[in-house]
Design a protein around this ligand. Structure first.
Ligand code: SF4
Ligand code: SF4
Length: 213
């Protein structure tokens, strides 16, 4: 079993290939468009604001950003764009290298979260007010208190076991608090860059060309 998902394939384009970068994104792919050697733009289909699982939106979050611009002119008219932080340029190159084996702008995958659970390991889940309220409504206020949750740098986060696993991850990879799990968990989309990263880091599964491969 598993869920069928369609994920964007990442391609890198030099500045003179803006039309190709736009065409790739119009077909559902994610383009890394190098305006110069030091300035890279992510070009992607505009996210659906009503879909918390939209992979384009999550690609922005994965750059530690929230904002993107839907262009109203130029070669990327109608497409969403956001600048890669300089600190993420190597990540952008690595994604394009990983996806170089996939021929089209999108790729179908089957992902079984119960076989995986990679994102429930070494992942500090931040709790928001809505999560704390949900815990209280479920009669589980302790979920937002030590030792199950702690404040760090002003953020309330779920604590991890010494082995890096979430304390609520059961042996069968099910979530012990599934019905009231945090939004950060329920909205985390399979097939996103965050998901692919977790699978690579935790399970050594690279959806494409492995590093140095
Ligand atoms: S890393 Fe991806 S496939 Fe694995 S459990 Fe999380 S969402 Fe599912
Ligand atoms: S709360 Fe549940 S879904 Fe969220 S990280 Fe922990 S085990 Fe995974």
């Amino acid at each position: 079993m598993g869920s069928r998902i369609v994920r964007p394939v990442v391609r890198s384009f030099k500045a003179r290939f803006s039309a190709e970068a736009a065409a790739w994104a119009r077909k559902g792919g994610h383009s890394v468009y190098w305006e110069t050697d030091k300035r890279a733009v992510l070009v992607f289909p505009p996210p659906d604001p009503d879909d918390p699982h939209d992979l384009g939106f999550w690609a922005v979050l994965d750059l530690a950003k929230q904002k993107y611009t839907v262009m109203d002119a130029g070669p990327f008219r109608g497409l969403a764009t956001t600048l890669f932080p300089r600190s993420h340029h190597d990540i952008a190159r690595r994604r394009a290298e990983r996806d170089s084996m996939w021929p089209g702008p999108t790729r179908k995958m089957v992902l079984d979260c119960l076989e995986c659970a990679a994102c429930c390991k070494d992942n500090e889940v931040q709790l928001m007010d809505v999560d704390v309220e949900r815990f209280a409504d479920a009669g589980r206020k302790e979920l937002a208190r030590p030792p199950l949750a702690r404040k760090r740098d002003g953020k309330l986060i779920l604590t991890l076991l010494p082995n890096g696993k979430c304390r609520h991850l059961k042996r069968d990879n099910k979530c012990a608090i599934y019905t009231c799990r945090p939004d950060a968990c329920s909205e985390f989309p399979a097939g996103s860059e965050c998901c692919l990263y977790a699978r690579a880091e935790e399970l050594g599964i690279h959806d494409g060309v492995p590093p140095g491969g």
